[in-house]
Design a protein around this ligand. Structure first.
Ligand code: ATP
Length: 196
């Protein structure tokens, strides 16, 4: 069943057309890699789907509720003054976490994050921060997860674990969209490629 329906959509930054008359559907229960050369419009498409940008004409309709759609990119950062545990407490205070404690415990163990949970994130490496951000995102049980060049900095063992969790996320009837130029990191992930 389609989660995201794009119909005859066009978008330009000022006068520079990036997307012209695009028709595309993204289903629940499926992962999609949006592929294409630099500058072709992949990030722009993801931002239009996430409603950070709006089409000039045509439409993007997304079934999953805006609160259930998460967008992670290289620009996403955790608050440098707060630890993972602080972020988790904050999340619990603003929205009920829908994942079971056991799910989070297993994720923490498999990504070997236990030593880092109480450290302010300013003192952590790039890959560790990314893993913690990924954990906080999955803990919110999104229905649509959009990852724009999110995998840089994550080691190959971490990527194996993350790809396993992403496969499970999709099998639970969610939608995953991602852009990456690091194909070699996607070993275990099952996905369709949309060439753009
Ligand atoms: N804020 C902006 N204002 C004007 N032009 C922009 C803006 N953001 C992107 N562009 C232009 O839109 C086009 C598409 O950019 P986009 O970032 O979507 O490409 P991409 O396919 O994601 O590229 P990459 O693989 O390099 O990340 C490019 O020509 C880019 O220069």
């Amino acid at each position: 069943m389609p989660n995201i329906c794009i119909q005859n959509m066009s978008f330009a930054y000022e006068d520079a057309a990036v997307i012209k008359n695009l028709d595309l559907n993204f289903d629940y229960g499926q992962a999609y890699r949006v592929a294409g050369p630099n500058g072709v419009g992949k990030t722009t498409l993801l931002k239009l789907i996430h409603e950070d940008l709006h089409p000039d004409s045509g439409s993007v309709k997304i079934q999953s509720h805006a609160n259930d759609n998460l967008f992670l990119s290289d620009q996403n950062t955790l608050d440098p003054h707060l630890s993972f545990n602080d972020h988790l407490s904050f999340l619990k205070s603003v929205k009920q976490l829908r994942c079971h404690e056991a799910f989070l415990t297993q994720l923490i163990e498999q990504l070997h994050m236990l030593p880092y949970l109480g450290t302010v994130t300013a003192d952590l490496s790039l890959g560790t921060k990314k893993k913690l951000l990924f954990m906080l995102s999955l803990a919110q049980k999104p229905r649509t997860l959009i990852l724009d060049e999110f995998f840089s900095g994550i080691d190959s063992a971490g990527m194996q674990v993350i790809c396993g969790y992403l496969n499970a996320f999709v099998e639970e009837d969610n939608t995953l969209l991602f852009v990456t130029h690091a194909n070699e990191k996607l070993g275990r992930l099952h996905y369709k490629t949309i060439s753009f």
